[in-house]
Design a protein around this ligand. Structure first.
Ligand SMILES: [Zn+2]
Length: 246
């Protein structure tokens, strides 16, 4: 049985000096999500084998493995198993180059190898950091800015809404458009992009504080919108409302 399987089954207690199940699952996902962008296909496959032999089987990043065993996972272009250590090492140059593994010492035909976790591999770590930082910052940053008071950002909302009133599709120009708060300011609505839509003055005045979808339906009943337009605009407003909540 392997260390990870034993931990999953609860037949052994997690050991402090070995990987936790949660970390193992997370690091496995890093292999496919990030490391695959750092090292090439063949090297990646070998890394996956070494990752499995070490972290999955023993829970630790150190393994003693004959090169022939590593080589048996890499075929030459002719389909032969590679069993000489020079060729294996050459094929693995990517893994050494990016510090994915290190050979600690040679023991006869076997090597003691350190298999680094993806989050400990510098090039991979950079990718993880960048994406996690972006995932954290972007939604807040996108929402935090004031699109109502800033003249240039007002025009960005107008452009996003294709220079047409979202409630009646009347064409709008920079001179006659107004910005309408989906959730009224009086009820806690913000000046963030997702709470604002371009509208004509008439719709803005008529809607007042009523529910935007309700108001849109009213326009449809008054035949200011075709059925297709109504459904399209309804979906559009619902997406914006969904993003405002998030
Ligand atoms: Zn309108």
């Amino acid at each position: 049985m392997s260390y990870i399987i034993d931990i999953m089954k609860g037949t052994i207690e997690p050991s402090a000096d070995r990987i936790s199940l949660e970390r193992y699952v997370q690091e496995s996902s890093f292999v496919t999500r990030y490391l695959s962008r750092v090292v090439k296909d063949k090297a990646l496959v070998v890394y996956q084998v070494l990752f499995h032999l070490s972290w999955f089987e023993t829970g630790k990043g150190e393994i003693v493995v004959p090169w022939a065993r590593v080589g048996s996972f890499i075929r030459s272009d002719q389909g032969n198993i590679i069993d000489d250590s020079t060729t294996v090492k050459r094929r693995l140059s990517n893994l050494f180059e990016y510090k994915c593994i290190a050979v600690n010492q040679q023991r006869g035909s076997a090597n003691e190898i350190s298999v680094h976790l993806p989050s400990d591999i510098p090039a991979c770590r950079d990718l993880i950091d960048r994406e996690e930082r972006e995932a954290r910052i972007e939604p807040q940053e996108k929402d935090a800015r004031d699109y109502y008071s800033d003249p240039e950002r007002r025009l960005m909302v107008l452009a996003r809404d294709h220079h047409a009133c979202v409630y009646c599709t009347a064409p709008l120009s920079e001179e006659n458009f107004v910005l309408d708060h989906l959730l009224p300011v009086a009820r806690g609505g913000t000046n963030r992009k997702h709470n604002l839509v371009a509208a004509c003055e008439v719709c803005n005045r008529r809607r007042s504080d009523s529910d935007p979808i309700h108001f849109l339906r009213e326009n449809y009943r008054q035949q200011l919108l075709s059925q297709d337009e109504f459904l399209q605009q309804k979906q559009y407003i619902e997406v914006l409302l969904g993003e405002s909540v998030g």
